[in-house]
Write a protein that binds this ligand. Sequence first.
Ligand code: 3PG
Length: 394
Amino acid sequence: KTLDDMGDVQGKRVLVREDLNVPMADGRVTDDTRLRATIATVTELADKGAIVLILAHFGRPKGQRNPEFSLAMLTQPYSDVLGRPVRFIDDVAGEAAEAAVATLNPGDIAILENTRFHAGEEKNDPELAAQIAKLGNLYVNDAFSAAHRAHVSTEGLARQLPAFAGRAMEAELDALEKALGNPEHPVAAVVGGAKVSTKLAVLKHLVGKVDHLIIGGGMANTFLAARGVDVGKSLCEHDLTGTAEEILDAADKAGCTVHLPYDVVVAKEFKPNPETRTVNVHEVAGDEMILDLGPNAVEALGDVLKNCRTLVWNGPLGAFETPPFDMATVALAKTAAALTQDGSLVSVAGGGDTVAALNQAGVGTQFTFVSTAGGAFLEWMEGQDLPGVAALTA
Ligand code: 3PG
């Protein structure tokens, strides 16, 4: 159920779970993507005359009140993003919060204090859920990026009040359905990042789902080692080469082609702009480390994408924060963006460093959809049911 199914919300108090967990430095928001993602739902409800009560967490205050994690500091930046006044209520439950909510008028928007100041939030305590539910008439979950948490504000409230998916949640779920749920084939997945250990479940799930699995980043080294390649000083989880072999075998059986790097950029030191060589993977010297894919691999991967209809991307292909090891990620992201713009590819990306990498490539807005989620995107790529989503459909 979405906002379209809510009926008349005029004068109703709507508890809206958003993800305001944004990166900050020196009291300033350094990336407001998540704040902007809330605009559609919050303004629609306010314009329809609802009293909008925003629930959100910030950081991990471990069930204690802690001014360092207060959402008060986000009230002004959030109001700037919305272009409307936003009130702040300094608790999410209890008599003071109830009294403050009672002073609000239809169309008003308020942020309630960090849900994680209550220990019951992360325990999904029904008593806390009942207390928070007293503040509202209806519940909207618009925070896909927190939907992997079975907390009061993401899951428990859906069992206390009529529950609906917000516009951002809806857009995330639509995009994910197009990418892996019911995609147009051939489907390619790019999975990168430093370590295989954090993506094992993702890889195991994807081999049964996609036609092409492109493995990059430090984790590709573990797969190369599993295939008997000497990766020199490269980051490599040698204890996982057996698991990597199992994944390669499973892919083989499922008819999924795994693409590993065959030329690579290597250096003796990991620092900005060191001396580098571009070599075949079989020519990495004992004192060298692989830090990016080489141009031939990137070109071949571009050709793979040209023959695909759907792409799901998680993680950079090289050590992209350190120049020049962003080359492969930037080049392949540009190819994917161009194919998307031409209408031949549906491209969905998300998770941790991925959005930063796409933005660095200047193509963050040229993919079909870029998720705001980190951990939730990964769990979804693992094929897991997300409690926050499941609660909306129950
Ligand atoms: C995120 O930043 O991925 C979400 O806001 C969830 O935060 P958490 O990992 O602290 O639950």
